[in-house]
Design a protein around this ligand. Structure first.
Ligand SMILES: Nc1ncnc2c1ncn2[C@@H]1O[C@H](COP(=O)(O)OP(=O)(O)O)[C@@H](O)[C@H]1O
Ligand SMILES: O=P(O)(O)OC[C@H](O)CO
Length: 512
């Protein structure tokens, strides 16, 4: 893609954003109206060493990041002089330790979906108590988050604990890894993370926005490996070498918080749902961190420079688009992700089948690591087309459960749902979501809201945009789906879905 929208005499000034995602890394160049000028993207390998384990090669990711940045600048026909700042957004929680002298990762990154820390989390729950983690960090004690993954690496990779104690290792989520490398790596790279990413580690105190020393030591993480926590929009340093040499590195946000920002959900009660590998629904709750009693997460939404932090409630769903990938790559039932819609549309309904993809256990609102996937309601009537339908409905019902929890926690009724992400190109799915939630679903013109949010934050940090009001009017609606489902049918289907969910639980026990 390469399209410019400005008059020929307009100054050629842009903001670029890197999105280091679960399946790919991309770089997008944006103009002053928040429109896409160019995109470059590259997938990286998904490594599955054992059931429930997921890893990434961080060196491959850094190579890909450099390639997509160069690619996006080339497609836009620009060089670093035209780029006023670069912003970073990233898959969250994915955990890496690297050697600070050589810049070499000491192990593959452990991905957020990985369940290897289940037993460790149970042990921490017994020794330290679930409640303390939730109260101080806003998070349930679950294998999803970064802190226990650090501990697992230190306990299981020979020699790492000693190297960490000697101060030779650095920890980072992908934001830290990319920023450290961009700003010089072993030659003076800055070791930072932002509040949104830090709020996913189980190590940051949600109110002080600093590492919680008691929790850090109870998980067994040496403080020397931890990056400095900074705001989401400020200049952390400048790029050294490469095609961005000298460009300010001016924002970092976890990808879901970046999407909240890119969707301009700046007011209390505004929210969005992003449909990618997993699905993440975040609602802005303002400067107060609301404790969840309905199974959601309390997280930092964003913090612009020295301003007060803005918090969010989040419903995290581990497997949505990943189920479509699984149908394609592991089952071979479709050739492309888009084909799932054609297959699903070839039948009227799900034929009685319900597919609960608890592949990484269940995240919100259940937080059950003992759950595993099931297809319920099977009879000889069911065809692969019915399963395709059940696959799409699984995403929609999981969204419904999150929205129900959000209502319980915040007392606020959702009036429309703003959506984005790769799965939103599926019209049948968007209709299902509108039907199951009984609210309109709207998609903005720029559906790359994750990169857009990182670009907005970086642009604010360097004065490219003045304030958030400057950004609001960039949001334009591109598509809308309105509810068409009969209420009694919705209720009946929802009951079946909830029954199927119950059948996933307790599959693993203490012996597994
Ligand atoms: N037309 C479609 N229907 C259903 N799922 C889709 C469709 N197109 C893409 N996907 C799914 O969306 C995901 C990719 O979306 P993306 O936002 O790029 O994800 P991520 O940022 O998590 O890598 C993949 O899991 C893919 O299976
Ligand atoms: O890279 P994505 O879009 O799959 O997002 C992953 C989330 O950040 C995990 O918490």
């Amino acid at each position: 893609m390469s399209e410019t929208h400005e008059p020929a005499d307009a100054p050629r000034e842009y903001i670029a954003a890197i999105d280091q995602g679960t399946t790919s890394s991309r770089c997008i160049v944006f103009d002053r109206d928040g429109r896409i000028v160019s995109v470059d993207q590259k997938e990286h390998e998904q490594i599955f060493p054992k059931p429930g384990w997921v890893e990434h090669d961080a060196a491959e990711i850094w190579t890909n990041v450099q390639e997509v940045v160069a690619g996006a600048l080339e497609k836009a026909g620009i060089t670093r002089e035209h780029v006023k700042a670069i912003g970073i957004t990233n898959q969250r929680e994915t955990t890496l330790l690297w050697d600070k002298a050589t810049g070499e990762p000491v192990h593959n990154a452990i991905v957020w979906q990985d369940t290897r820390t289940d037993a460790l989390c149970r042990e921490l729950g017994r020794n330290v108590g679930q409640d303390r983690f939730r109260r101080e960090t806003g998070l349930p004690l679950a294998s999803y988050f970064a802190g226990p993954k650090i501990r697992w690496l230190l306990d299981n990779v020979p020699g790492l604990r000693e190297r960490a104690d000697r101060g030779e290792l650095l920890f980072g989520t992908m934001d830290s890894w990319v920023i450290w490398n961009l700003t010089g790596g072993p030659e003076g790279g800055v070791h930072v993370t932002d509040v949104t990413n830090a709020s996913r580690t189980l190590l940051m105190n949600l109110r002080t926005l600093d590492w919680d020393q008691r929790i850090v030591s109870s998980i067994g993480v040496p403080p020397s490996v931890l990056p400095e926590i900074r705001s989401s929009a400020e200049v952390y340093g400048t790029a050294k070498g490469g095609v961005l040499d000298g460009v300010p590195v001016a924002s970092a946000l976890g990808d879901q918080q970046a999407a909240l920002f890119g969707q301009t959900c700046f007011g209390v009660g505004e929210g969005k749902s992003t449909y990618g590998t997993g699905t993440f629904l975040l609602m802005n709750t303002g400067t107060e961190a609301i404790n969840s009693y309905a199974g959601l997460i309390t997280t930092v939404g964003y913090r612009i420079g020295e301003q007060a932090p803005v918090y969010a409630l989040e419903g995290s769903i581990a497997i949505t688009g990943a189920l479509v990938q699984w149908m394609r790559d592991q089952m071979g039932l479709i050739n492309s992700a888009a084909e799932i819609e054609t297959l699903a549309r070839s039948v009227e309904d799900n034929g009685g089948a319900y597919f609960v993809p608890a592949f990484s256990g269940l995240f919100a609102p259940y937080w059950r690591s003992d759950a595993r996937g099931v297809i319920s309601g099977l009879t000889r009537y069911v065809t692969k087309a019915h399963i395709a339908r059940a696959v799409l409905e699984a995403t929609a019902w999981q969204t419904r459960e999150i929205v129900d929890a959000m209502k319980k926690d915040s007392g606020m009724e959702l009036t429309t749902l703003k959506v984005d992400g790769g799965m939103t190109s599926n019209n049948l799915l968007m209709q299902n979501i509108s039907d199951f939630l009984d609210v309109p679903v709207v998609r903005p013109m720029v559906s790359e809201t994750t990169c857009l949010g990182a670009a907005y934050a970086a642009g604010l940090a360097v004065g490219f945009w003045t304030d958030i009001e400057d950004l609001r009017h960039n949001w334009r609606r591109a598509a809308e789906w309105t509810p068409q489902m009969d209420a009694a049918e919705r209720d009946r289907e929802y009951k079946f879905w909830l029954k199927a969910v119950q059948r996933t639980m307790g599959w693993l026990d203490e012996e597994n």
